[in-house]
Ligand binder design. Sequence first.
Ligand code: BGC
Length: 744
Amino acid sequence: MHDRVKDLMSRMTLAEKIGQLNLLPAGEGLVTGAKQPSTLAGRLDGGQVGAIFGTKSLATARAMQERALAGSRLNIPLFFAEDVIHGHRTVFPLNIALACSWDMDLIQATSAFAGAEAAAEGLHQAYAPMIDICRDPRWGRVAEGPGEDPLLASRIAAAATRGFQGADPGGPGRVAACLKHFVAYGAPESGRDYDNVSLSWEDLLSVYLPPFAAGVAAGAASVMVAFNAVNKLPMHANAPLVEGWLRGQSGFDGLVVSDYTGVAELVAHGLGPAPVVVARALHAGIDMDMVGEDYLRELPALARDGLAASDAGLDLSAAQIVQLIDRACYRVLTFKARLGLLDDPFRGMKGDPAPPRQKGRKLARKAAARSAVLLKNDGVLPLSRDIDVALIGPFSADRANMLGTWAVSGRAEDVVPLNEAVAALTGQAPAVAWGANIVDEDWLVQRLNVHGVTVTQDPRPEDEVIAEAVEAALAAAVVSAAVGEATEHAGESSSRLSPDLPAPQRRLIAALAATGRPLVVVVFAGRPLALGPIVGEADAVLYAWHGGIGGPEGVADSLFGAASPAGRLAVTLPAQPGEVPLSYASDTTGRPFPGRFAKFRTGWLDMPDDAPRFPFGFGLGYGQVSYGPPRLSKARAKAAQTVKLRLTIENTGNCEVIETVQLYASDPVARATRPGRWLIDFQQVTLAPGESREVGFAITAGQFAYPIAPSLEAAEWVRDPGLIQLHIGPNSRDTQMVDLTWQD
Ligand code: BGC
């Protein structure tokens, strides 16, 4: 045990220990509007707060720290946390966008930059990375996550953790990572945020838990649990997963925090009244209680009387409750020690310089260009810089929506809008027309503007607005339509019934297509949208997500060839909104989809066979890459051996390309139904025009292990000898196959 922690624990009263478990929002600060001490100030004076999130300035954090130290008999400092999800003051592209870069150095760099900006503001912990796998684009929080694939998400979890923490989360310019939301939050029923999750233990173990294992292995110092229940047991009371899997099996030894009022919400989950749910959460290993203050209210009596709640299946003696309080308090203090706060409560609060903003801007612009996915290009892109472009659509000159959902410390004025970015790059201001309202419905506009107005309406009749756009289109040589979602369309509590482009914007695209002008559709969105007929109407489609402060500049770079598009979908784009949830890696069925509708086969009766499909891993560039045949060092191998897969790729085009070579596997004979194919490795290679390169992958038997799990406790990872099919290519669909046989 850390000496300082041991010493403190030996001198703390029970009330002081309980105070350490209380995690509060900065809210109105230390005074209320009437300059009266706020509730928070009272709590700090009474030594009843362990940490605070959302301070928004160094001065606020310092003032709170001073007050906390004065209010704490043993001078125990607070730590400060914030939602630093895709950047801090410098807002980077949404996490789903960054995931599409498949570039771990870039993800590490953006996390490191965001962490350094946060640390300079006196923050010690980022509520990130968010590593919830999501295969249902109705769920708005797909925006914050790493996409649908466990291997890609695991690498992202590790890269982001390294970025935030460096070698030491207590080091200068560093913050502790907080992996969230543990676990399976991205698989709620019907895509409705906060809803519960029922899934096989096998899927939990092989799809949803691996990113957490990877983040833990990379040293993540904290974890936040999720609002949902998994297989009937809410995560805030889920001892088997939190104390069992996370601490027991993954080897995590850091701090576990609740999500916002997550402990109190156990009552609504039906797990009992406040004292019972508090005991359950503490017993499950939730060390800190965010916002609800139920620990603070209920634990003193529980520690005195114990809990006999046989109807809720929980009996704990007073001594056991005290032990659980000690356990949680020990973890909070150890976290503070790890952050260097027990030695220096003002660590990171002495005005340490933030990293240069210009450096952040450059990184944000590069990240935006690297995150955009080129889905279609009939030769219209890249545009020549002296061509007459009309920018049409509600996002052509937009700032606020570009930031994306979690930009709590970002500012819209930092965004260079698309029209200005194009003007700066080409030297001529493009024509701009509104073209369509983002959505039609007034009630929806109100909901989308709940955090400030980002959605405005053109009051003119739609015909008039479209006629103006068509006129602008006809006057230009090429049209770029900037369409998509408002920032609040995605993110927390923004589930959508139908993940597609809102109707007025679809009508705009149809009208623009009818002009016959070359049409480049740029989609700014927080989720993968079903594009439907738009793909056929457009000559090129660039999926740009919400790209942060450098988003539109990254788009301009991509459109005009200053950057070569290299994004690859981290999540499958649905062809129609009704086919979700979906994943390239769904389990095989007895009647597999044959690629077109066939009666008595898996598929959709009312889906046209030629519906455009953009599978996981898909993305185009301006170069042309050819894949040579894959070769194995041996076609049959012993499990102890490493097999080398090699192939040569060549850039036969005349632009530089960044190619993401993707390796998938399938297991045709297993003990249980397995994914049709799943990603086992990938590599990114930059190729100059005409350059060819040999790419090699090391393949080991461990990559083919999978869980058999009648229950979580009885889970077993197995691997079978025999045939494995390896599929290599530029995306999850267009691959070449080679067979490998494990002899044992
Ligand atoms: C979200 C978390 C976030 C927390 C604190 C919750 O509503 O689910 O992701 O970290 O609020 O802002």
